[in-house]
Design a protein around this ligand. Structure first.
Ligand SMILES: Nc1nc2c(c(=O)[nH]1)N[C@H]1C(S)=C(S)[C@@H](COP(=O)(O)OP(=O)(O)OC[C@H]3O[C@@H](n4cnc5c(=O)[nH]c(N)nc54)[C@H](O)[C@@H]3O)O[C@H]1N2
Ligand SMILES: Nc1nc2c(c(=O)[nH]1)N[C@H]1C(S)=C(S)[C@@H](COP(=O)(O)OP(=O)(O)OC[C@H]3O[C@@H](n4cnc5c(=O)[nH]c(N)nc54)[C@H](O)[C@@H]3O)O[C@H]1N2
Ligand SMILES: [Mo]
Length: 771
């Protein structure tokens, strides 16, 4: 391992020729050249398909090529000519495949046939769809509904998701965990308390009107690259961009737009961040309190001089609640504590506050760097507090902008994939379908893991995803998984979760939404919701990877029919024949959100769902926007008292989509050839006596009776604040204790895991970094 890694400074901007080269490499490797580049013309375009990578907004007037390097990679990956056929499975036992890497498994290509695990031969063998559905239905009927869970990764369409949640509820539970539980659940808890809506308030057009963007804990160049277009345009108008991130992420530093030939030839990158603060992992509450404290100081001074307040006093008076309590908290917090917890000095935070106070309209962008912490909910609420101080919510050019993950993760929640019953219009579903929906809250991701570990979960149905690999407590989860009675995996590609065989295990291959989905009424359209609540139609345009694939709606309908007693009010077959009828049903359940759904499918830029906070209507307990006071300054489980403990950030490389690994490079971070690296601060390396590329292991600094350790990593000197280190997800998931989640949202706290470093290979003194 350590021999393979190469580290070199990446001195180029995000985008640019590097992206183009990377693309060509990926399309040829996947054998997709010929088809894919041609198809990319339809990428994120009206009458085309919606990208399967990130959830970023799609503009009404698309760019010539409305795709990014990573969206194109995702497309090539899906349209690969590689196939994981029955012959492939005949040639490899499941035990053997368990030794393969995430990359190697998915690289076998698209699944082609429904398969069932055969214990005797330790192999997956083909099974007919009829037999699979019959057996799954018979088995599901026999379980206590409480013991079955229905997981959804965030890719499936609104139509599929609606059918899926209805199936779970007709079956008898609200056990609908989803990837959101590991992701922006924190947002879904924080924002309703603060501003009365679970989603962001910003539309793409707000980026055209803003003069300042504050960005926290999000890696734009890799995870939502098309947002760079808006950032570039904002910068060219003179907008200021203030970034808080422990790592200096390339995308926030500079960007060359591959769509601008002039810029490509001259390589004159647009500088993105105008101010960059390398906050400690888990230090954002402190940083934001510092910014607010500076504003309060200046405001007090201005008022004393008889000048206008720098805060939006009218907005605060008319629209908010809890302002005085928040101000008192910020004023009482000492600069010493703020500096200590944030790792930033007062002058830096004042400089950020200055920029904030001078801006007319501020957008706050954030990602996993805020949500995946013990006090993630407080992180998000502090960011909202900052916006409220100058009325930066509910007007053009301003607002809160969580950058969502999977391409339809937000939409799945909109149409009922939720374990919390308060989020679902159960009475309406009851009336529409003539049944009594279960009223007890179901299992989310953490409770699903608990249930797998304690044996109360007996069966798992997965609509996409790689649950065991993505979830916490990997070391215990893998063996426990094999005690399940039933595992049904609806998927496009083979992954590790599929190889953890339950007593009965099915692998059901489905169409990707890039593919033509031909049903009785003709080729079908599906819909998705982007990060800015806009709904888009998506039309498959590629030939299916195999003639044996079924669509996700069809698979769900057939499992439902095989499991549930017939109900004339639930027309499964008619829905499969024509997805437009599913959209009618969605509209009936959610009339305010999906008015004239079928008529509005092709609105350029999608149609936005109504978000009351956009109009300054606050659906909170106080009917106002609430200033919240944080529980503590430190968002991490690590209290910072033990100097040997580092805060480990687990994150994504530029060559992956979650557990889908496209390759071993992380170009923007200058890391090549291996994912088994730990990015470390030079002083920490020196302090621990660890040389560049020395072999190390990581152990979580908790005593809970579980072994949380991963080995085989190389140490890499990196520009990261002391006391912090970073490594890739999912390789680090054995380190995540199940109980280390965000307090209110139960999102695994994977952005500041307290870890200790173990030296494995002997260290040559002369290889230590220079002091
Ligand atoms: N190409 C590609 N696109 C993707 C994905 C992918 O894997 N690949 N995944 C999709 C999904 S599901 C999601 S959720 C999103 C994830 O997109 P991001 O939200 O960007 O998630 P991460 O890659 O985990 O990176 C988190 C960022 O937060 C920073 N950070 C870590 N801890 C802290 C902290 O305490 N404070 C601050 N201020 N910053 C911190 C890290 O340095 C890193 O830049 O992307 C989506 N898009
Ligand atoms: N340590 C750590 N853990 C994390 C995170 C982290 O930052 N650090 N991030 C968390 C986050 S934000 C998320 S969202 C989760 C992600 O968790 P998941 O959503 O469960 O994982 P993915 O890797 O996105 O799932 C990939 C698999 O989905 C299947 N798939 C792909 N496309 C389709 C499709 O169209 N239909 C169907 N049916 N299947 C499809 C393929 O078989 C593929 O192997 O991981 C979380 N885990
Ligand atoms: Mo995510």
């Amino acid at each position: 391992m350590s021999d393979d890694v190469e580290f070199e400074r990446y001195d180029h901007p995000a985008g640019g020729w590097g992206s183009v080269k990377s693309l060509v490499r990926h399309s040829t490797r996947q054998g997709a050249i010929g088809t894919a580049p041609d198809l990319l013309r339809y990428h994120n375009k009206p009458k085309g398909y919606m990208c399967t990578s990130c959830a970023w907004a799609k503009p009404a007037v698309p760019h010539n090529a409305e795709f990014c390097e990573n969206g194109a990679k995702a497309t090539f990956w899906e349209l690969t000519s590689n196939r994981a056929t029955p012959e492939f499975f005949a040639g490899h036992s499941v035990s053997e495949l368990l030794g393969w890497s995430d990359f190697e498994l998915e690289n076998e290509g698209r699944l082609t046939h429904p398969m069932r695990y055969d214990r005797e031969t330790d192999r997956y063998r083909p099974v007919s769809w009829d037999e699979a559905f019959r057996d799954i239905g018979t088995k599901l009927k026999a379980f206590d509904p409480e013991s079955v869970v229905f997981y959804a990764s965030g890719r499936a369409s609104l139509e599929t998701s609606y059918m899926y949640q209805l199936f779970a509820r007709l079956y008898g539970n609200n056990n609908l965990p989803d990837s959101s539980n590991m992701c922006h659940e924190t947002t879904s808890v924080a924002l309703p308390e603060s501003i009365g809506t679970p989603v962001g308030t910003v539309l793409l057009e707000d980026f055209e009107a803003t003069d300042c963007i504050f960005a926290f804990g999000q890696n734009v160049g890799t995870n939502s690259p098309r947002l760079l277009h808006s950032l570039q345009e904002a910068r060219e108008r003179g907008a200021r961009i203030v970034v808080f991130n422990p790592l200096r992420e390339k995308g926030w530093e500079e960007f060359v737009n591959p769509q601008r030939p002039g810029q490509m030839i001259a390589q004159d990158a647009t500088r993105i961040a105008t101010q960059y603060y390398q906050v400690r992992a888990g230090g954002d509450i402190a940083a934001l309190i510092g910014v607010a404290k500076a504003l309060f100081d200046w405001d007090g001074a201005a008022r004393k001089r008889g000048e206008r307040s720098i805060l939006d006093v009218d907005f605060i008076g008319t629209h908010t609640h809890g302002f005085e309590t928040f101000r008192a908290f910020a004023e009482e917090t000492s600069w010493a504590d703020i500096e200590q917890e944030s790792g930033l000095n007062r002058a830096s935070l004042e400089a950020a506050a200055k920029t904030y106070s001078e801006a007319k309209s501020v957008i706050a962008v954030y990602g996993m760097g805020l949500t995946q912490h013990r006090l993630g909910v407080h992180n998000v609420q502090m960011l909202v507090n900052l916006l409220l101080l100058r009325g930066n919510i509910g007007r053009p050019g301003a607002g809160i902008c969580p950058v969502r993950g999977h391409s339809n993760v937000q939409g799945q929640r909109t149409v009922g994939i939720a374990d919390k019953t308060e989020l679902v219009p159960l009475d309406r579903l009851a009336e529409q379908y003539g049944f009594s929906p279960p009223r007890k809250d179901g299992r989310a991701t953490i409770e699903t893991c608990e249930g797998v570990l304690d044996g109360t979960v007996r069966a798992f149905v997965g609509l996409g995803g790689n649950f065991v690999r993505a979830a916490p407590e990997h070391g215990l989860m893998e063996p426990a998984w094999t005690n399940l009675d039933l595992s049904v995996q609806i998927a496009t590609k083979l992954n590790r979760t599929h190889l953890l065989a339950a007593k009965t295990t099915y692998l059901l291959p489905c169409l990707s939404r890039l593919e033509i989905d031909e049903q009785k009424s003709g080729p079908q359209i599906v819909t998705i919701e982007d990060s800015t609540t806009c709904i888009h139609a998506s039309r498959g345009i590629a030939e299916p990877a195999s003639e044996h694939l079924l669509s996700e709606p069809k698979i769900i309908a057939e499992i439902a029919k095989a499991t549930l007693p017939p109900n004339p009010k639930v027309p499964w077959d008619a829905w499969v024949d024509d997805y437009g009828l599913v959209r009618d049903a969605i509209e009936e359940t959610y009339p305010d959100q999906f008015r004239n759904f079928n008529e509005r499918l092709d609105l350029p830029g999608g149609f936005p769902r109504p978000v009351p906070a956009r109009d300054r209507i606050w659906e909170t307990d106080t009917k106002r926007a609430n200033f919240k006071v944080p529980k503590a300054l430190c968002a991490s489980f690590d209290d910072g008292r033990d100097g040997d403990v580092l805060r480990l950030i687990t994150l994504r490389s530029n060559d992956q989509f979650n557990t889908t690994i496209y390759g071993d490079d992380d170009r923007f971070r200058g890391i090549y050839g291996s994912r088994m690296v730990v990015m470390m601060n030079k002083d920490d390396m020196l302090r621990f006596g660890i040389s560049q590329e020395a072999e190390i292991a990581l152990r979580t600094a908790v005593e809970d009776g579980v072994e949380h350790r991963v080995a085989g990593f190389a140490a890499l000197e990196y520009d990261i604040p002391p006391g912090n280190c970073a490594a890739y997800f999912p390789e680090c998931n054995p380190l995540v204790p199940l109980w280390q989640f965000a307090e209110e949202s139960r999102t695994p706290a994977v952005k500041s895991l307290p870890v200790r470093i173990e030296k494995i290979a002997p260290v040559a003194r002369e290889d230590l970094p220079a002091a």
